[in-house]
Design a protein around this ligand. Structure first.
Ligand code: FES
Length: 86
């Protein structure tokens, strides 16, 4: 088990070197990443940056969780309500 972790909504999530944020969240049993701008939940879907279904806020910036390597200590959160109304 990895000793590195980032924080999802304040909860530590372990990850392996080179793993994406989305893969680590899924491995931790987190399948919904919060509300999507178009409605419904954000989630890990295509894994290649095409669908935009995995948008989350990482250290204050909106990012595709499937394309963003997990980084120790990062703060990862659901998009806010304002983001979901785009
Ligand atoms: S899962 Fe499709 S862009 Fe991330």
């Amino acid at each position: 088990m990895s000793s590195e972790s980032f924080f999802w909504m304040g909860k530590p999530i372990p990850f392996r070197a080179g793993e994406s944020v989305a893969a680590a969240l899924e491995a931790a049993g987190i399948l919904s990443f919060g509300p999507a701008p178009g409605g419904g939940p954000t989630r890990y879907f295509c894994g290649i940056g095409a669908c935009q279904c995995c948008l989350v806020r990482i250290d204050g910036c909106v990012r595709e969780a499937c394309l963003t390597p997990a980084c120790s200590g990062a703060r990862v959160e659901e998009l806010g309500a304002a983001d979901a109304k785009v």
